[in-house]
Design a protein around this ligand. Structure first.
Ligand SMILES: [Zn+2]
Ligand SMILES: [Zn+2]
Length: 481
């Protein structure tokens, strides 16, 4: 029984070998097959490495045919094995980059190639070839294809948000004019060379000021701008940059959708042309896995209420709080509709507008949002695998958010700074005040960037907690005692 089974299998193998042998001894049929497979694969594989490997494989096949007399002398099994070997080689090395789910980047690589082939400058060619090589390596090395990273870059009293998913990226606003270099450096540090999408939410300087500089520093796919134009110098500069770089510009339309890697983006506002520039802000909903993010620029209550009435809003996990937390944004109807678990406020320390407004904070508390602020924590980096959301910093406790206490601390700090001798701030009623500590530091600080303190690793605790833990105040930053 067992032996008959073995014979049966052996016979089948021999039959198979005979068929393969017949095919492989028919040269014309083989060449035709190879050409068909080659052409089909060339169309299917946009990746340069895959193409090169395929060409290599086909050339090797051709070589075997050229030496067909020798080839015929090889035993049947040897032939089958050599052909299988070639195909395995082609599939393994050639198609490997295809297993990366990010076809968009592969397309980018092939786009690079088209520029490359047209370019006659030899040095430029070398540079481009290296770029292509680096891109391919990046595709292979990227282990975070299924993670989204949202950075609320600390640009003071302004907005600049970088979104990365897989090998794709988007920048929403670029800070003030003088923030251009800071934003550019941050993007470069992430290893980004191409920005697939840039959004200028509205023509105010604190949003589009740094964009010209940034866009001149990277290859940009497309730019979204609101329908309503502006006549400011900053806006005109931006338009000139876009024209000079020949970047395709899209006037934001409600309901328009696009993808950043696997993240789906939908434009929710402006729903019409408003008188107020802020209300004309592009509002973008981003969905990644089960998580939803809402970026609102400086949209104010009028635009917020139009979105509520349109029924286009659902619950969101994270809200980029509108207009730096001003009282004119984040109206309670809007917040009740979206009930954000997390609220991020991009705002400058001690800004002249008094942002974020106390009322806004109270409303966020009402819908139980955890509040994060760039003026308190610096750049805020949010990552998500589509199921969970994590932050690089702690949220701000509502005690700390109490405006009056904040003012007191600010006043005391100012007095202390005015004193020529190093004096700790006297705080009669401020055990609730917050101080910064690091895991290893033996002192607590009044800021998260005192001396060599690593601001991303510093956490905030209350002054009384610091005292309880026996941590001593830092002299350098006049930490309260
Ligand atoms: Zn604005
Ligand atoms: Zn603004």
């Amino acid at each position: 029984m067992f032996t008959t089974k073995i014979y049966y299998i052996k016979n089948k193998v021999l039959e198979g070998e005979n068929i393969v042998n017949k095919i492989f001894t028919n040269k014309k049929l083989l060449i035709a097959l190879a050409i068909i497979v080659y052409i089909a694969l060339m169309f299917k594989i946009p990746n340069i490495m895959a193409k090169l490997n395929l060409i290599g494989g086909v050339l090797f096949l051709g070589y075997l045919f050229a030496k067909s007399k020798k080839f015929k002398k090889i035993k049947k099994r040897g032939k089958v094995l050599s052909i299988l070997g070639v195909f395995t080689f082609m599939l393994f090395f050639g198609a490997m980059p295809l297993t990366s789910s990010n076809t968009k980047s592969n397309t980018n690589v092939s786009k690079d190639l088209s520029i490359f082939s047209k370019d006659n400058n030899v040095k430029e060619d070398d540079k481009k070839a290296n770029e292509i090589k680096e891109n391919v390596i990046k595709i292979k090395e990227d282990k975070n294809l299924d993670e989204i990273k949202v950075s609320f870059i600390d640009v003071g009293q302004a907005d600049s948000i970088l979104i990365q998913q897989g090998n794709n990226s988007m920048l929403i606003d670029g800070g003030n004019n003088e923030d251009g270099n800071l934003v550019k450096e941050y993007i470069s540090k992430q290893g980004i060379e191409n920005l697939d999408v840039v959004i200028g939410t509205h023509p105010h300087e604190d949003h589009i000021g740094g964009l010209s500089y940034v866009m001149n520093s990277f290859k940009v796919g497309k730019v979204y701008l609101p329908q309503k134009m502006a006549t400011t110098k900053t806006y005109e500069n931006l338009i000139t940059t876009i024209k000079n770089k020949n970047i395709s510009t899209i006037k934001a339309k409600i309901g328009e959708q696009f993808y950043i890697g696997k993240a789906k983006c939908t434009i929710l506002a402006p729903r019409k042309q408003y008188d107020k520039v802020n209300d004309n802000s592009i509002v973008l909903k981003l969905e990644f896995g089960e998580k939803t993010f809402l970026f609102t620029g400086d949209a104010e209550a009028t635009s917020e209420m139009d979105m509520v009435k349109s029924g286009s809003l659902n619950t969101v996990d994270l809200l980029k709080v509108g207009h730096h937390g001003s009282k004119t944004s984040s109206c309670i109807n809007f917040l009740n509709t979206i009930t954000p678990k997390y609220a991020v406020i991009s705002v400058g320390k001690d800004n002249k507008y008094g942002h974020p407004n106390e009322g806004t904070i109270r409303r966020l508390k009402q819908v139980h949002s955890e509040v994060y602020r760039t003026d308190k924590s610096g750049t805020i980096v949010v990552t998500s695998d589509g199921k969970n959301i994590t932050f690089n910093v702690n949220s701000i406790s509502y005690d700390e958010l109490d405006k009056e206490k904040e003012k007191e601390i600010f006043k005391d700090n100012k007095n202390a700074n005015n004193n020529s001798k190093v004096n700790h701030v006297k705080q009669s009623n401020s055990n609730l005040a917050s101080v910064w500590i690091t895991e290893t530091g033996k002192k607590y600080h009044s800021t998260n960037h005192c001396g060599k303190t690593n601001s991303s690793k510093a956490t905030q605790i209350t002054l009384s907690e610091a005292k309880n833990r026996g941590i001593k105040p830092c002299d350098k930053c006049h930490a309260p005692i």
